[in-house]
Ligand binder design. Structure first.
Ligand code: SAH
Length: 462
């Protein structure tokens, strides 16, 4: 049977009631069963919507005017929210954000894992869901003869004129503004993408939220940095807790922010931070969790699910700089970490030493290759922890895990869909998914992180 024509036309303005939210946080309303996705629409609201795109089975609209606002609609506190691409959920109450993320995880369990019966706990949110990010990397531009530092406007490389980012640590914000002001006074020019001229490309700031150390990285096109001694003195005077001022040279025409060459202008080329009682050394290029306080919540859950007694052999696959491994090592006999990025493994080894942890070893390689190799060498871990990127675990890795038959598997995931897909494979291979705990690591954005416990079913292990 031929499908009916879409009931709306492009550029038409219609009244729409929103019934639901997508995982991205867009409102969903239907006209004769035909769904329209509308950014900033909230369930329960009716609104005027301009149709901007019409496809065969669905369309997109732009919110023109809300007729009846939901009690969960809030005035976004950030005054560039609707221009900037960084946050997606500032127009809804935090309670609604957490509900939306909870539902997203439950829906994914059902749709991609056929696991509707598995308990998904309410999302662990933040008491204060603002100012949580410990790292900012912000482009610099020149507008009307003034130096500006701001994020790019949605889908463009135009820098927004902004003076604060409300999800950033306040010190990062103030540091960016300080550097911008001093640089402007010293005549340091902004880098122009168009003609590949100018000095300062990006300002990057990292704050150790638990140590109060600050690192500033000035990313420049060439070695040249006019007035650099003055710049250093003024930064130090304004922020006595700055520990590291670094110049990074990126002379390429590229979207990649950091270049290969890093020179210390003052202090060390690293800062420290802690998560729980583990200390981490952070260099300009190191990966480090951007919300360490919520990371602690996530890892505490992972540790609870690993249920270690001190005698266990544990594998941490996709281990990054060993953050989870070091947490586990304090409670296990031995931890094996595997990670594909060599620099991350170097950091993991450094961090193990720094914390006097000698029962964790780290290997560089693809987890899907190293795991089958460990299996062939007779390694039989009691617990396996995985924390893969968005695309989830490689199938070879899942099969190696199934053959290793650990008592427990702890799956940490930043993508509920691939999590559910992989849980289905593990279930079919003899594991039972006990529970899923979502954690809100990135309030105001549409991301959600989960930690899941699986146990080997009795009959599978015997
Ligand atoms: N567990 C770490 C990092 C998790 S992010 C933490 O909490 O900090 C996922 C990690 O998987 C990244 O460090 C990425 O480099 C790594 N990775 C991606 N593909 C991989 C693969 N095929 N094998 C091993 N590691 C991989």
């Amino acid at each position: 049977m031929a499908k009916a024509k879409p009931p709306v036309q492009k550029n038409e303005t219609i009244d729409l009631s929103f019934e639901d939210l997508t995982h991205e946080g867009n409102g969903v309303g239907k006209i004769d069963g035909y769904p329209l996705f509308v950014p900033y629409g909230l369930p329960g609201e009716t609104a005027q919507v301009k149709v901007v795109k019409v496809k065969k089975n669905f369309g997109f609209g732009r919110l023109v005017k809300v007729n009846e606002a939901s009690s969960d609609r809030v005035e976004p506190p950030c005054n560039v929210y609707y221009k900037c691409g960084g946050c997606q959920l500032q127009h809804m109450s935090y309670a609604m954000q957490l509900d939306m993320k909870h539902k997203q995880v439950k829906d994914a369990m059902h749709k991609f894992g056929h696991l509707s019966h598995v308990p998904v706990h309410p999302v662990i949110g933040m008491d204060d869901p603002w100012r949580y990010r410990n790292k900012i990397q912000i482009p610099v531009d020149e507008q009307n003869g003034q130096l500006k530092a701001g994020f790019y406007q949605k889908r463009s490389h135009k820098v927004i004129d902004m003076d604060t980012c409300l999800i950033q640590d306040e010190q990062n914000d103030r540091m960016v503004e300080t550097v911008r002001r001093i640089a402007e006074r010293l005549g340091i020019s902004a880098y122009h993408e168009g003609n590949h001229r100018g000095d300062l490309r990006h300002i990057m700031v990292r704050t150790g939220q638990n140590t109060n150390d600050i690192m500033v990285v000035l990313i420049t096109r060439t070695d040249k940095l006019p007035g650099k001694d003055k710049l250093i003195d003024e930064i130090k005077d304004t922020f006595p807790n700055v520990k590291s001022i670094v110049q990074n040279v990126n002379s390429e025409q590229t979207n990649v922010i950091l270049g290969d060459k890093t020179t210390v202008l003052w202090g060390d080329d690293y800062i420290y931070d802690t998560i729980g009682d583990i200390k981490f050394m952070i260099s300009p290029k190191s990966f480090y969790q951007v919300n360490p306080n919520q990371t602690k919540q996530l890892y505490d859950k992972a540790l609870e699910y690993a249920d270690l007694r001190g005698r266990e052999t544990v594998i941490d696959a996709y281990c990054g700089i060993g953050t989870i491994s070091l947490f586990l090592a304090e409670n296990a006999k031995h931890v094996y970490g595997v990670e594909v990025v060599p620099d991350a493994v170097t950091d993991a080894k450094k961090n193990a030493k720094l914390n006097n942890i000698d029962n964790a070893e780290f290997y560089v390689g693809q987890a899907e290759k190293i795991m089958p190799w460990w299996l062939s060498q007779g390694l039989r871990p009691d617990v396996i922890v995985v924390d893969p990127p968005r695309k989830g675990c490689d199938e070879n890795l899942l099969h190696a895990m199934l053959e290793m038959q650990p008592e427990r598997i702890v799956y940490v995931s930043c993508n509920p869909s691939t999590l559910a897909r992989d849980l289905r494979i593990l279930e079919d291979g003899g594991y039972e998914t006990k529970e899923v705990q979502p954690v809100d690591m990135f309030p105001q954005t549409n991301h959600v992180e989960c930690v899941t416990q699986l146990v080997l079913k009795e009959e599978a292990g015997s």
